[in-house]
Design a protein around this ligand. Structure first.
Ligand code: DC
Length: 197
């Protein structure tokens, strides 16, 4: 069975946690596409060459979840040649046998416009900044909020594959939801679209 779940949304809206949980619940493979851009950003040198030569080792770097990697990712992600170099890998992953969940910014709009399920996971900038700030356990809330807003502006404002919901994406606002409730809501939406055997 081929079955693609596309989960898009801004940074720290809960996409990653929801995607991992949905993949586990239904036995699907999961690809966090942000990691591809993070690995390209952290490799240094020419980002287009880095994207074309991305290896397993690049994706296994321990520092890919850092704030620095997120910023580097957002910067190289504006380059159309970088996005083009990563496209086929993501599409092939999406159509693998047994089902796949991909989370990112442009999965429902560009990578997998035909995905069986498209979710657009959001939360207010204030709530997302608060989550990030609590996770970090350090620094000033105001600085984190400013970073969240700057990253949103860059991801939504770029010309190539900007962050936006696909027309047929289902919005899931997690601002007032616990993580358990957000996962349950996403799982219900996926279950409702699974082919009946
Ligand atoms: O989801 P994340 O925080 O790991 O993503 C890091 C950056 O990578 C994000 O700010 C923009 C870019 N990105 C993208 O442009 N397209 C994707 N599908 C995933 C991430």
């Amino acid at each position: 069975m081929q079955f693609t779940v596309a989960i898009d949304g801004p940074a720290a809206a809960g996409k990653g946690t929801i995607s991992r949980a949905v993949a586990e619940r239904f036995g699907f493979a999961h690809l966090d596409t942000g990691l591809l851009y993070r690995a390209v950003g952290m490799k240094g040198g020419d980002p287009v060459a880095a994207a074309r030569a991305l290896s397993e080792a690049d994706l296994a770097r321990p520092d890919l979840r850092s704030l620095e990697a997120g910023e580097a990712a957002s910067t190289v992600a504006v380059l159309p040649e970088v996005r083009a170099a990563l496209l086929e890998f993501q599409r092939a992953f999406a159509r693998r046998e047994g089902g796949a969940v991909l989370d990112g910014r442009d999965i429902g709009t560009v990578i997998c416009p035909g995905a069986e399920v498209k979710l657009f996971v959001t939360a207010s900038p204030e709530i997302r900044a608060e989550r990030r700030w609590r996770e970090a356990g350090a620094g000033e809330y105001a600085d984190v909020l400013a970073q969240v807003r700057a990253r949103d502006a860059r991801d939504m404002g770029r010309a190539d594959a900007p962050l936006r919901p696909a027309e047929d994406a289902i919005p899931l606002d997690t601002s007032a939801l616990s993580i358990e409730d957000a996962i349950a809501a996403a799982a219900r939406l996926v279950a409702a679209r699974l082919p009946t055997r």
